[in-house]
Design a protein around this ligand. Structure first.
Ligand code: CA
Length: 763
């Protein structure tokens, strides 16, 4: 090959287009990470979301039948189409989706018939671009995303008839074909709940080629020449003359407001841009986003894992708003079915994402965080409840009132462009109101018991002890915002309830336990027994869910040593599982056993902050070693690269923080306990333009321990960073070593303190 040809070939493969301005970080992120999963065993339960950061839509190939929400499975070898998707998690499932698929030689429309064999060698995926060769049809499909749309390019290698098949799936879609305008307009209504009756996703698809033929289809019939259809399941097809040029492109956008708005979205985001331009813009957007954290050193695999995790951290929540003719944000509310001005984000489970994802947004994307807060208050106005798990409206999943955590974390980190007084009123309401019949995840299940007893009793309340622990933490968060906004009485009440975690801690066994309404402990306690008073875990996992008063928890154990011994025991206790009320091994149990770290279950959320608790008890070197161990063993940039459900960014945000060397143990406070950074140098460019550098000298895979530290040149012995340390810019310099250093950061003044004590001391 000549140099020119090589350059051309590289460009065609998508390898040679790094701009001078920004490093080509987008190619380090692998959307296929975590896709080697099934319902029975999760290596992430992800799908390759080809999307911009915080998009309204993602685009993804799918290998499984439409009814299967584990829709892209890495080990399968047939693709049925590339769909617009909004799915946050396979357990919640997709909605408002439709797909495009090239077919050649003969017209086939049903997903089984049109599915094509493919090989991963002929599949390219990064967040801003996806390409696959569909062997059955000898056609290539490519997609590049915008926030509310995408460009597609189909290349038909086989002479003869070439088709693009649209599938609008089930639940009475409507499709109109406008041959003169080379356009399809459609409405899809498929959903998995959480939508009002008038919910619809309007889409418009504009092709660059005239249609040689066209028609609609249902599973039973192809209607040649028909230009409109509405049916329980329906699609359309377009035939193209590819005898002179084998490429067909189209641009797509959608809207929850209507066809006119879908066209507006298409014009705003794509306009006259061709496919390569759409792709370059998507890559530039990702490079700009990833460029906010630049890492040096570490291995190629660590860098790939880092940017893959960064990507997963920011593809949820989804924007649900669009820009109207006056360029104002406007959205269709899934809560009341009406159109409102303002911002709304959705498709996220706060039980997962309050922990590290939202703290990451407050650090890097405060303007988006403010919009998320505004949207949560709007959801409260429209539905009477703050969101807990929304997709797009309220969904019955998981526990806690973690909107409180989002508000408090935003507030303490200076994100204040939201109605904080109304947020306090909403928190007072939700904390004191039993969950409504239509959704047990919002409000507070067992509110009356919790008020009367200071805990939710078992068995009257499902998962009562897990709920008590999270209510107590959320009450701390509510106290933070109430105090910050001058609601002293509410703050005092919430601060008192924040201590309720003590009501479910049994000092005799050193574990949190189920407690009856009469005050007795539930009998036959076994800390390896899952379910019952716990959620997706056992007492080994839930005993640590006291984010806001770790020193208080340590006191319940009696001493720092006793506390650390118990933390150690998490890793040294065999991964035995009693299935308890689950009655069978659920995937989180299997994944804990497979992780082979004792009772440490990083594959699920309750224990994910636990490693950082050693800092509070004067043994930070154990935090450093364990954080490194989890990063090395349980994260890879590969299809089997997660140790459990990724969960709309939380599993990934844990890695982003941990790789930088600190973690937000208690969202709603400004402290970030320090772990062990994996890179020699990481530079965070903050929204205010300042840079914070973590420089880990003499670092390496076998050198996880901190020997010495300095902040901006001054001696630094704290085992936590303050938000201001980071946001003011500066350099944290660490000297890393291979043997545990038992002197750095162990003094009482070096340890992170009790957040609730600090709050109570505030005037
Ligand atoms: Ca989970």
């Amino acid at each position: 090959m000549t140099a020119t040809r090589i350059a051309f070939a590289l460009a065609a493969m998508g390898l040679g287009q790094a701009s001078d301005a920004a490093p080509d970080l987008v190619r380090l992120a692998n959307p296929l990470q975590g896709t080697d999963s099934t319902g029975g065993f999760s290596h992430g339960n992800t799908f390759p979301a080809i999307a911009l950061p915080f998009p309204m839509n993602a685009w993804a190939p799918y290998t499984q039948p439409a009814k299967d929400s584990f829709f892209y499975q890495y080990r399968q070898n047939r693709i049925r189409g590339i769909r617009q998707t909004h799915q946050p998690s396979p357990w919640i499932a997709d909605y408002a989706n439709f797909s495009l698929m090239p077919v050649s030689g003969k017209l086939v429309v049903n997903e089984e018939d049109r599915a094509s064999v493919f090989r991963h060698e002929e599949e390219t995926a990064h967040p801003g671009y996806y390409r696959v060769l569909l062997d059955t049809w000898q056609a290539t499909a490519e997609v590049a995303p915008t926030e509310r749309g995408a460009g597609f390019r189909f290349t038909f290698e086989k002479p003869g008839d070439s088709y693009v098949v649209l599938d609008a799936f089930h639940n009475n879609p409507e499709i109109e074909i406008h041959p003169d305008e080379r356009t399809i307009i459609g409405i899809c209504r498929n959903n998995s709940g959480g939508v009002p009756a008038n919910f619809a996703n309007h889409f418009v698809i504009v092709f660059d080629q005239p249609f040689a033929a066209y028609g609609t289809w249902t599973p039973d019939a192809v209607n040649e020449g028909k230009t409109a259809i509405k049916a329980p399941k329906a699609g359309a097809y377009l035939k193209f003359d590819t005898s002179k040029g084998k490429v067909v492109t189209c641009k797509v956008a959608s809207s929850y407001l209507g066809a006119e708005q879908a066209k507006r979205n298409l014009d705003r985001e794509i306009g006259d841009a061709d496919f390569d331009t759409i792709r370059q813009r998507a890559e530039a957007k990702w490079n700009e986003t990833f460029g906010r954290i630049k890492v040096e050193g570490g291995s190629d695999e660590q860098r790939r894992t880092f940017y893959s995790a960064f990507y997963r951290s920011v593809i949820f929540p989804h924007r649900f708003f669009e820009y109207d003719a006056q360029n104002k944000p406007v959205y269709f509310s899934p809560f009341d079915g009406k159109v409102h001005q303002g911002y709304l984000y959705t498709d996220t489970g706060l039980w997962d994402t309050f922990r590290a994802s939202h703290p990451l947004y407050n650090l890097l994307f405060p303007e988006i965080s403010a919009q998320i807060m505004q949207g949560m208050i709007a959801a409260y106005d429209q539905s009477g409840w703050l969101p807990a798990w929304s997709s797009p409206g309220h969904r019955g999943c998981m526990i806690g009132n973690h909107a409180f955590s989002l508000f408090a974390d935003a507030w303490v980190k200076g994100v204040r462009d939201f109605d904080a007084k109304k947020a306090v009123a909403a928190m007072v309401h939700d904390a004191n109101t039993q969950s409504p019949g239509f959704c047990g995840a919002i409000g507070r299940d067992g509110a009356a018991f919790y008020q009367r007893l200071g805990y939710a009793p078992y068995p009257e309340i499902r998962e009562a002890t897990a709920k008590t622990l999270e209510y107590a933490y959320d009450d701390f968060c509510a106290a933070v915002l109430a105090k910050g906004t001058g609601h002293a009485a509410d703050a005092a009440e919430f601060a008192k309830d924040a201590m309720n975690y003590r009501k479910v801690f049994d000092e005799k066994t050193g574990f949190v336990r189920g407690r009856k309404a009469n005050g007795d402990w539930c009998e036959n306690f076994d800390p390896t027994e899952w379910g019952g008073p716990f959620t997706e875990g056992c007492s080994w996992h839930w005993t640590w869910s006291v984010f806001h008063d770790v020193p208080g928890l340590i006191k319940l154990f009696g001493s720092d040593d006793a506390f650390c011994r118990k933390l150690d025991a998490v890793f040294y206790t065999p991964p035995d599982v009693k299935t308890g009320t689950y009655g069978q091994m659920i995937h989180e149990m299997t994944e804990m056993v497979a992780s082979n770290m004792g009772q440490y279950a990083h594959g699920n959320q309750p224990i994910q902050h636990m490693i950082y608790l050693y800092n509070y008890a004067g043994q930070p070197w154990k935090t450093q070693a364990r954080a490194r161990e989890v990063m090395a063993r349980l994260y890879q940039p590969t299809p089997d690269g997660f140790c459990g459900d990724e969960d709309t960014g939380q599993m990934s945000s844990w890695y982003v923080f941990s790789a930088l060397g600190f973690y937000p143990v208690c969202p709603g406070t400004t402290g970030y306990p320090i772990g062990s950074p994996i890179f020699d140098r990481a530079t965070i460019t903050l929204p205010n333009g300042k840079e914070f550098v973590i420089h880990a000298k003499t670092n390496g895979p076998q050198r996880p321990y901190i020997l010495r530290a300095s902040l901006n040149g001054g001696e630094f012995n704290r085992t936590w960073l303050e938000h201001a340390d980071i946001s003011n810019g500066g350099t944290l310099e660490l000297e890393m070593t291979s043997a545990p250093d038992t002197k750095w950061g162990v003094q009482p003044s070096s340890r992170p303190g009790s957040a609730i004590d600090a709050l109570n001391k505030q005037p």
